[in-house]
Unconditional design. Structure first.
Length: 214
């Protein structure tokens, strides 16, 4: 009788190659994140990313055609994480006023940006169209989420145009840009002004008196 082959066979070469490819791709993403955080957007070239990851530049192109593909993959991860964080904040904080709802969005964003400087570099300095589109799409999703909360809480009329909340996000985004331009950790004074401006703008559409707007 022929001896039975062991079930614990060595991985086939295609499987090994695939695993190595996944590991190298992850290493490149992590290298880009580190460079963005430590040296800023301009420093995170594809060659620098490859050097940091210990991968020859010729091999880097096997995984990413240019730096913009790296940035897009990294930004997708950021917006996915932020989407879940803001969703949880709006549910768990149980906001009751316009200011509460604004804080439920601003506080998690501010904390995340401070913990992930690489994200702020891409968010505010990236010139990649895919990254810009991801940020824009993220704002649109969050604006619609906040619009639903505002209407459900009776803080604004049910027929309030979604555009109003989208504009509030646009203003907030620009002020965050200013805050992180003024300071690597986001200037608190500018962030607080963003809270006031966004709340005051939404209050012009409020259904009740000042006690619901504060």
């Amino acid at each position: 009788m022929f001896e039975k082959r062991s079930r614990a066979q060595a991985p086939t070469r295609p499987a090994v190659v695939q695993r190595r490819g996944v590991e190298r791709r992850r290493a490149l993403i992590e290298a880009a994140e580190g460079l963005l955080a430590e040296q800023g957007y301009e420093a995170a070239t594809l060659k620098a990313v490859g050097d940091r990851a210990g991968i020859p530049v010729a091999s880097v192109y096997h995984y990413f055609a240019d730096r913009y593909q790296v940035e897009a993959e990294l930004m997708q991860r950021y917006v996915d994480e932020l989407d879940g964080i803001i969703d949880s904040a709006l549910v768990n904080r149980d906001p009751q006023t316009l200011r509460d709802i604004g804080d439920a969005v601003i506080d998690p964003l501010l904390e995340y940006f401070r913990l992930h400087p690489s994200c702020t570099e891409l968010w505010f300095k990236g010139r990649n169209e895919t990254v810009i589109d991801l940020v824009r799409a993220f704002d649109e999703v969050q604006a619609e989420r906040v619009w639903h909360v505002l209407v459900e809480r009776g803080l604004v009329p049910a027929d309030l145009p979604l555009l109003v909340v989208q504009l509030a996000f646009e203003v907030g985004n620009r002020l965050f840009d200013v805050a992180f331009r003024n300071s690597p950790n986001g200037d608190d004074i500018t962030i607080n002004e963003a809270r006031r401006i966004v709340t005051a703008y939404l209050a012009t559409y409020a259904t009740d008196g000042p006690q619901r707007r504060a």
